[in-house]
Ligand binder design. Structure first.
Ligand SMILES: Cc1ncc(COP(=O)(O)O)c(C=O)c1O
Length: 367
């Protein structure tokens, strides 16, 4: 065994240091401009990120959860309506549905950790208004199948792209695969700012126009309020930071993909590793492996300086908050099995090859 190293699960300060002069300049520029809410720096970021994703509109909002919530609000989805999403996700994929007064309808996932389209179809009722496919771990959900179901039943497709900025599916970026999408700019995400932040993308002009008002108190202009709204804006400062980081995103994502390929090649004989299919480009927000000996492996990794996490140890249908939905243990066997067998290894662009190989060696030494 090689000499012990310490590898944190994330190390955001490493990335900060690598671009510190540019970020500092943006801080000074915005600071000296005197404009800290919306304005030209936000619009510039929105234009660039819309072009990057390949959509007509990108709107900065307060966070990724608000991005999803505001779209549901803009669609007037509410009490009596149902929205389908995956049970293996971050809790926000579901609470945004409950927050507009609608009913979250949860569905099991397939072995790529994304929603199973056959189960989506089976979950559609006369009350269903929308599907929220989650691009979990940075891998696009099966969007062809989901869009076909949506077309057949006249449903809105809202991508939860929080973990997948820059990922591709049949040549198109996530955020351009449904009717609208929500992204998170939380510091841990592939394009993360220095606080909370989020983004909505859509090609729908009318929806974008409504969302512009909804995120800013429902105001039509400075003095006239057209609809009851919210205060959910991406700070000008954060937009300036995000614009700088957008310039690095493809390279950072490519580095994560390369780390994932090294992990997969080194570990495939020992654990279940993720598989990239010909039609997709995963950005590996997380690199999730599976093994029946998960807890012991995590302890062994920690003992050897490698920090890991589980995304997510409790499927949404088994959370206390979801009790009134009436789900029970056994309802979603895949998600429940994965919750006990999966573990996420450290993956971020700044990891060195030496560190990646060390993680592989530690996993191997366990088996
Ligand atoms: C899948 C998923 N959906 C939604 C969110 C919510 O994003 P935010 O934390 O920016 O509100 C996150 C991240 O936290 C997420 O991972």
């Amino acid at each position: 065994m090689v000499e012990k190293m310490v590898i944190p699960f994330v190390d955001l300060a490493r990335q900060f240091r690598s671009i510190e002069p540019e970020l500092t300049k943006a801080f000074v520029d915005v600071g000296r401009s005197g404009g800290y809410i919306m304005g030209a720096r936000l619009e510039s970021f929105e234009r660039k990120v819309a072009e990057f994703i390949g959509v007509r509109h990108a709107l900065g909002v307060a966070d990724g959860s608000d991005a999803l919530f505001l779209v549901l609000k803009a669609l007037d989805i509410g009490p009596g309506d149902e929205v389908i999403t995956a049970t293996n996700s971050f809790i926000a994929s579901a609470w945004v549905i409950a927050a507009v007064g609608a009913t979250p309808v949860l569905v099991d996932v397939a072995d790529d950790f994304n929603i199973d389209p056959q189960l989506v179809e089976a979950a559609v009722t006369s009350r269903t208004k929308a599907i929220i496919p989650v691009h979990l771990t940075g891998r696009a959900a099966p969007m062809d199948e989901i869009n076909a179901i949506a077309l057949k039943h006249d449903l809105f497709v809202l991508e939860d792209a929080a973990q997948a900025i820059g990922a591709r599916y049949r040549g198109k970026r996530t955020g351009a695969l449904g009717h609208a999408a929500g992204f998170s700019l939380h510091p841990l995400k592939n394009l993360g700012v220095y606080g909370d932040g989020g983004l909505i993308t859509t090609d729908d002009d009318a929806l974008a126009a409504k969302l512009l008002k909804l995120r800013n108190h429902g105001l039509r202009n400075r003095d006239e309020c057209e609809i009851w709204g919210f205060n959910s804006r991406l700070d000008t400062m954060q937009a300036a930071f995000a614009e700088i980081k957008l310039g690095y995103l493809d390279n950072w994502n490519a580095r994560c993909l390369s780390i994932a390929q090294t992990y997969a090649a080194g570990l495939a004989d020992y654990v279940q590793v993720p598989v990239d299919r010909a039609w997709e480009e995963c950005v590996y927000h997380n690199f999730v492996i599976r093994t029946e000996r998960r807890d012991a492996l995590m302890a062994h990794l920690l003992q050897n300086g490698v920090d890991t996490r589980v995304h997510y140890p409790i499927p949404i249908h088994l959370q206390d908050a979801a009790k009134q939905l009436g789900y029970k243990l056994g309802d979603f066997p895949n998600a429940e099995r994965y919750a006990k067998t999966m573990v996420s290894l450290p993956i971020y662009p700044e990891l060195s090859d030496t560190e990646v190989n060390y993680v592989i060696e530690v996993v191997k030494s366990f088996f």
